[in-house]
Design a protein. Structure first.
Length: 260
């Protein structure tokens, strides 16, 4: 399923806290000023750029620390916490060993938001930071629609946008590159499922997405699912994970260097 959102629709979903953090602002008056300028900038480009979402809800089951996408015969391998103070969690723990469903998704913003403002340094920074926020806002809006309509496991959900940003919804939306899903090479497997080029996303050799203002990941509906940090893993798991990922240990090490 492919969705397109205009800027006016997504503006209420923007998490301004991350926008202020990117500007390194702490003073409330400065925050109010930059937000006002950002809203004016968004209003000035609202008919020029759009954000796009791509998702699938697929039959799946857990097998060891993998999630198996049955229809496509694809195994999505995941890491498990190993540090002694952790709860030894793995994302596959939140998927049934028998019959279940999972969601896969990607969102992005028209590439022009990152390239059309090279002649004005301030507008370029503003556009790039807002593009990042709009890609995240598109993921938030898409996930809301998935929970309530397309997947429909939370049909009666009535949350404010602020509540959604506080992650009070049922289930989780772990994104590639984040603490519970640190391996950016996972994007290659998600691309096999989604064909991200449909919304203008291409992948680098390291699995990074272009445009930079893009988000990808999973949607899990388990009521007890929550976010966690994989943290450090041992050589034993690196070797096992590389085998499940069908990559060499040396190549896998490059993707997981921060977790070793």
């Amino acid at each position: 399923m492919k969705l397109t959102y205009d800027i006016t629709t997504l503006t209420p979903y923007i998490n301004w806290a991350y926008f202020f953090f990117a500007w390194q602002l702490k003073d409330e008056e400065q925050k109010a000023h930059i937000k006002s300028e950002a809203e004016a900038f968004l209003a000035s480009i609202k008919d020029r750029y759009y954000a796009h979402a791509l998702f699938q809800i697929v039959d799946a089951h857990a097998e060891g620390d993998d999630i198996v996408i049955e229809e496509h015969g694809i195994h999505l391998p995941f890491l498990r916490q190993q540090e002694s103070e952790s709860n030894f969690l793995c994302l596959a723990d939140f998927v049934s060993r028998e019959a279940d469903q999972v969601g896969v998704f990607a969102t992005s913003v028209d590439a022009g938001m990152e390239t059309d403002f090279d002649n004005d340094p301030y507008d370029k920074i503003m556009a790039q930071l807002l593009a990042d926020r709009l890609a995240e806002a598109a993921a938030e809006r898409m996930h809301e629609e998935v929970r309530k309509h397309y997947w429909g496991y939370a049909k009666d959900e009535q949350l404010s946008i602020h509540d959604m940003q506080l992650e009070k919804f049922v289930g989780i939306r772990p994104a590639v590159g984040y603490p519970s899903l640190p391996d950016t090479s996972m994007n290659f497997l998600l691309n096999d499922l989604l064909n991200m080029q449909q919304i203008g996303i291409t992948l680098t050799e390291s699995g990074a997405m272009r445009p930079h203002a893009s988000v990808s990941g999973l949607m899990l509906s388990h009521p007890e699912a929550h976010y966690f940090n994989i943290g450090r893993i041992g050589v034993d798991q690196l070797e096992d994970y590389a085998q499940r990922r069908q990559m060499s240990i040396n190549d896998m090490r490059k993707f997981l260097i921060a977790n070793l």
